[in-house]
Design a binder for this molecule. Sequence first.
Ligand SMILES: *Cc1c(COP(=O)(O)O)cnc(C)c1O
Length: 397
Amino acid sequence: MTDEQIYEKDARDYLPVFARYKIVLDHGDGVYVYDTHGKKYIDFLGGIAVNVLGHNHPQLVKAVADQAGKMIHCSNLYYTQVQADAAEKLTKLSGLNKVFFGNSGAEANEGAIKLARKYAHSIGAEKSQIITAIHSFHGRTIATLTATGQPKYQEGFGPLPEGFDYVPYNNIEALEKLMSNKTAAVMLEPIQGEGGVHVPDSAYLTKVRELCNKYDALLIFDEIQTGIGRSGKFFTYEKFGVKPDIVTLAKGLAGGVPIGAFIASDKVAAVFHAGDHGSTFGGNPLACAAANVVLDLVGDDKFLNNVEAMGEYMKSRLEKIQKKFPDLVKEVRGMGLILGMELTKPGRDIVNSCLEKNAIINCTAGNVLRFVPPLIVTKEHIDEVCDILEEVLPEFK
Ligand SMILES: *Cc1c(COP(=O)(O)O)cnc(C)c1O
């Protein structure tokens, strides 16, 4: 089948909710993907922070193949060792106590919101307010798009669930003003991803934690994008020295096999009993076998130190590019391998130009180039992408 025939089929049969780039991908290998013509692209989007081990990592492929040969799925009415192992790894890495597996980020957050509400109601009937940040992104289900502090994701989908309020990110005064004993939870990304790679001041999250303690409100960190080693620590909250009551994960957790999770402290998790939550697919053996490989490899200090080093290297290269194009590049920000380059104009055409030169990068929030590559990138990979970026930027000056 030709690419044109695939585009035609897609236009006819697939819900047109994605603004897709016109390439048809066929397979991947490490940090590279190949289209149907065998053209090779360096992939610095990594399935949007999903392919943390790159494409076709041999250990991940083997674990998934072996598990598929044994048992792809079984119901959560029974036990499996792979699920017990994955949960143990996550409690050890997080310092929290109880894990629940779903299938996506939105589902992880949905579960966290349910748990927070039930916990808060156990304290007081009036305690239900959930505060999130403007420019946040928490998912596409009705509750999580309500948590998402961006009207464009909410328009047309009302009536939305009650009890969500929004504050500017990284603004402790605004949060302090809004919080009260009615606050059930504050839910934040430790670095805003979709919203444009916004890193908060180092003291902000500490102060948020203090306010949550003061009002007996839960702190939920959405680490769906920033977790799994992305920032150079397994969880980005470790970078800030602040521990949440609930943390959510998804994207990179199983290296590309769909999975999501929330992890809670014992104190909070204790309000959930048999029947309070569930999932048919969540934490099935295939997904957990994949997650176990990711958790073993990415949870290792050496691996994480390398992410940190590669992040610093890439950031310094992006800063050099900024100096070269001061009218076009407003700011470079980020931590580890979640990096953003804010432009003074929309970025989509730059992404397209990079694609023509065989580099997959991403633009978010309209004018922020976002780099969330596989965590296995080397300096050579980083140079390859930065060289391409430097080549295409002059035409946009
Ligand atoms: C991607 C993302 C989500 C939603 O995850 P899905 O798997 O698409 O439902 C939620 N929160 C954050 C921070 C994300 O980056």
